[in-house]
Design a protein around this ligand. Structure first.
Ligand code: HEC
Length: 147
């Protein structure tokens, strides 16, 4: 009996605690995208099917993709992912995605972090820039000739 009770406690109360922490400007920066995200990080959740209008818009916008390319270096994504080919981080240029390759799933990966070494950027990068990063990362696997 103890196990299920604890689980229930965790799923009901922990999200409330996590939500209560950020305040003011910090909260504005860490606003979540409109996709299903687990309340703890790093999150190893299943890929989601939700769509985001902003993510979709950015994924089609050369300006936002270019901004994402610059952020990829500025936020040191390249420190682990190299230019996208891997390094100690996952390969972002191949066609296979561990956590889903839609712009929404990539944004979720960046916000939540992932269990095998991908840090969470929740609260560190404004949501708008996370969408720009996701839009850029998505293009990496779509340009096989530039590998
Ligand atoms: C400390 C090293 C490190 C940094 C910094 C880092 N990553 Fe990662 N990243 C990883 C590792 C390791 C994984 C694989 C995680 C796993 O398998 O659970 C990963 C996974 C990912 C994935 C999922 C790939 C897939 O196949 O689903 C994406 C997308 C991603 N990173 C993007 C980024 C972006 C964008 C940044 C910068 C904002 C970044 N990463 C910064 C180490 C890093």
């Amino acid at each position: 009996m103890k196990g299920p009770c604890l689980l229930l406690f965790a799923s009901v109360f922990l999200p409330a605690v996590a939500d209560a922490q950020p305040s003011g400007a910090e909260k504005a920066n860490s606003a979540l995208p409109q996709v299903s995200l687990v309340p703890i990080a790093p999150g190893g959740g299943m890929p989601v099917n939700e769509k985001s209008a902003l993510g979709d818009e950015y994924a089609r916008s050369p300006e936002h993709i270019e901004a994402g390319r610059q952020l990829f270096k500025a936020m040191n994504c390249s420190g682990c992912h190299s230019s996208g080919g891997g390094g100690m981080g996952a390969n972002l240029m191949d066609q296979s995605w561990i956590y889903g390759g839609s712009v929404e799933n990539i944004a979720a990966t960046i916000v939540e972090g992932r269990p095998n070494g991908m840090p969470t950027f929740r609260g560190l990068i404004p949501m708008e820039q996370i969408w720009e990063l996701a839009a850029y990362v998505k293009t990496l696997s779509e340009r096989p000739t530039e590998k």
